[in-house]
Write a protein that binds this ligand. Structure first.
Ligand SMILES: Nc1ncnc2c1ncn2[C@@H]1O[C@H](COP(=O)(O)OP(=O)(O)OP(=O)(O)O)[C@@H](O)[C@H]1O
Length: 242
């Protein structure tokens, strides 16, 4: 019998070598190289249309590379579990919150799905349909669904972009706690430099289809604004030219 995936997966290792993605004549990613260590949290920023979502989709296996090598590997050799969370929650409207979280998990993992829902503070709303939840609550269900699969690699595409500032701030705190618990390697696409500097260990700036800047964020938690202010200014300056 196959065991239910109830144990945390160690973070996956990501290797991208010489990645090119073309859509017809449009060369979106051009000789991109990237290594992400297990458990690392990387934010990706850059101009609109600069290829951030394309990179995420390649890592998710949704867009094939035109050239190059992309590898997502678990340290223990297990098949990597990759989950994606988008700006819109993509919950199935006809399924209750718990059923949305449990979708794709074996029946034996249902208690685990409920635990994930508790983890995002929505254990009491397990029977609610998506339309009965607020936007922030639906994103929390989406986050529980992503994490219930114990991903080795969590890919987040502007997951909090549609939320108000207060809800976004509480989602940041929640995400940090949950990532500390799961150890998932994380790639976060964001337009918000403050969000990038708050949540990530590294910030990558994409320009001309490549990684133009790769900066490490000081590790102190909670981070003080002064720790990251010079980094923010540095990235802002480069974003201006992205
Ligand atoms: N399936 C596709 N077919 C053709 N062109 C595509 C496809 N997907 C993306 N593109 C093009 O690739 C380029 C990069 O798009 P992508 O969504 O990766 O950028 P982005 O950096 O995520 O942008 P944004 O910050 O606005 O979300 C754009 O010019 C876009 O039109």
């Amino acid at each position: 019998m196959t065991a239910a995936p109830t144990l945390p997966a160690p973070g996956a290792h990501v290797t991208v070598d010489g990645l090119h993605v073309h859509f017809g004549a449009n060369a979106v990613l051009h000789d991109l190289h990237l290594h992400i260590a297990p458990g690392e949290r990387v934010a990706v920023v850059g101009a609109s249309g600069g290829g951030k979502t394309t990179l995420l989709r390649v890592l998710a296996g949704l867009t094939p590379p035109s050239h190059g090598r992309v590898q997502v590997a678990q340290a223990d050799g297990a098949a990597p579990r990759v989950r994606v969370m988008f700006q819109e929650d993509r919950l199935l409207p006809w399924l209750r919150a718990l059923d949305n979280v449990a979708l794709g998990l074996p029946r034996t993992a249902r208690p685990h799905a409920l635990a994930a829902l508790h983890g995002v503070g929505l254990g009491a709303r397990a029977d609610a349909y998506p339309h009965e939840l607020s936007g922030g609550q639906r994103q929390r269900v989406a986050l529980a669904r992503a994490l219930a699969h114990r991903p080795g690699l969590l890919l987040l595409d502007e997951p909090f972009g549609a939320l108000d500032a207060l809800t976004r701030a509480s989602m940041h705190t929640l995400l940090e706690t949950l990532l500390d618990d799961t150890g998932a390697t994380t790639l976060l696409i964001t337009h918000d430099l403050d969000e990038a500097l708050k949540l990530a260990d590294r910030v990558l700036l994409l320009r001309d289809g490549r990684v133009a800047e790769d900066v490490r964020v000081p590790h102190a938690r909670p981070r003080q604004r002064t720790d990251v202010e010079s980094l923010r200014q540095h990235l802002e300056q480069h974003l201006g030219h992205a």
